[in-house]
Design a binder for this molecule. Structure first.
Ligand SMILES: [Zn+2]
Ligand SMILES: [Zn+2]
Length: 419
């Protein structure tokens, strides 16, 4: 009998953590943090950990613990360092030494490389198509074959290839449900890209400045690729400035060309930097009057990071803020999205006169994409739904039962499920 214990990421997006307990072996899958509150799972860390990818909700809690060993892909290891550093700067909840200790416990594996880590426990990583180095974890414990998808995208993105669906046979599927409701059907990527470029163009043409807050890993690189692609083709004329840890993250994307979308890899190998000139912005030019420009900066939910200092540009109705992803409740990004008229990120109040628009560029597959994914992979005996808000998780479990004829479960925090 294998037990699955759910420590977080249940009915929520944040602090994903599943403990897999066999006769003799035990392992953790992900150990994330809540992005808004900083809450972490409460666990006994005397076991190894396998990390799916470098986003905060999957790896943010690692420096609080002392895992025996931490397994992930090489790009994930490098990108986790950036995520931890950003967390350290924002929350001061652990120390630099904790980051150093965590990183020294990391052992890297490439996709498809099999690793035995217990008497009856082995695993390998498949490409999850979500961000650079992201993986789905395929685990065999006491003869049970478990696929933990992590965050997945079944369609190709500009940065990375689509998720692998040619996967060995599965008994238990643990799947994410960020967009798990049938209402979560997103416009095609091309349409969103066009919308973004039009919004930027309109602002630049009237002499305004555009602020685009982004997550350092994944979203930043996708946005930079879109903007630079349209600039190269001559359809968009704009000066782009960057700021924040996305600069380090982008340099890591450039270090792992073999892990990127092959089209992107080719572009890099012909000598083009498809991300454009990514370096610390010259602030005097950003604030210079009558110089239209685009500022791409962290953090994505406008909760911290250098983007805060550019918000005073929104005093001017010519300027615009473009939010590019989900804004959690309680964040400044959410307040701006909901039309707040005045903000106070630092000492002085800033009236918001510039326009705020939202174009949701997600690194997750939408509802249709999640359904397609399950149809493509081998049919499991049982499915478990996590990493989604309550409604999304329940709705997706219903789809899996009714349409795909697979028994599906939605654990809550603390659930222990025998499989
Ligand atoms: Zn993610
Ligand atoms: Zn996630």
């Amino acid at each position: 009998m294998v037990l699955l214990k759910f420590h977080g990421g249940c009915h929520q997006i944040g602090m994903s953590c599943v403990e897999v307990i066999g006769e003799k072996d035990r392992v953790f899958l992900d150990c994330g943090m809540m992005p808004d509150t900083g809450e972490i799972p409460k666990i006994d860390d005397n076991a190894p950990l396998i990390v799916s990818h470098a986003h905060l909700d999957h790896c943010g809690a690692i420096p609080f613990y002392n895992f025996k060993k931490i397994y992930c892909t090489p790009p994930t290891a490098d990108l986790m360092f950036i995520t931890w550093r950003d967390t350290l700067n924002l929350q001061k909840s652990f120390k630099e030494e904790d980051i150093q200790r965590a990183l020294s416990s990391v052992e890297c594996l490439n996709y498809y490389e099999e690793k035995k880590i217990g008497e009856n426990l082995k695993f390998k990583l498949y490409n999850a198509g979500h961000i650079l180095g992201s993986s789905s974890i395929y685990l065999e414990i006491d003869g049970k074959r478990i696929l933990y998808t992590g965050d997945i995208n079944e369609s190709m993105q500009r940065t990375v290839r689509a998720a692998d669906t040619d996967i060995d046979d599965i008994d238990i599927l643990i799947i994410e449900a960020t967009y798990g409701s049938p209402l979560d059907i997103k416009p095609a990527r091309k349409v969103l890209e066009r919308e973004l470029v039009n919004e930027v163009k309109e602002t630049i043409e009237r002499g305004g400045k555009v602020i685009i807050p982004v997550f350092a890993v994944g979203r930043a690189q996708e946005i930079l690729l879109v903007l630079n692609n349209y600039i190269r083709s001559g359809e968009l004329e704009a000066k782009i400035f960057t700021d924040g840890s996305l600069i380090h993250a982008t340099s890591i994307y450039l270090s792992y060309t073999d892990w990127l979308n092959p089209k992107l890899k080719n572009l890099i190998e012909t000598g083009i930097n498809p991300f454009g000139n990514v370096e610390k912005a010259d602030e005097s030019r950003i604030f210079k009057k009558d110089e239209p420009c685009v500022i791409v900066s962290t953090s994505g939910m406008v909760q911290g990071g250098p983007v805060l200092k550019y918000l005073r540009l929104l005093k001017d109705p010519k300027n615009k803020l473009i939010l590019t992803g989900y804004q959690a409740e309680g964040t400044l990004g959410r307040a701006l999205e909901e039309g707040i008229k005045e903000i106070k990120p630092f000492k002085n109040k800033i009236p918001i006169r510039g326009e705020v628009v939202k174009i949701e560029f997600s690194a997750h597959g939408d509802y249709n994409s999640l359904v397609r994914y399950i149809k493509k992979i081998p049919k499991p005996e049982k499915a478990i739904v996590m990493h989604g808000e309550r409604y999304q998780s329940l709705a997706f479990a219903m789809t899996i039962w009714k349409n795909l004829k697979i028994p599906a479960y939605v654990p809550i925090k603390g659930t222990i499920l025998p499989v």
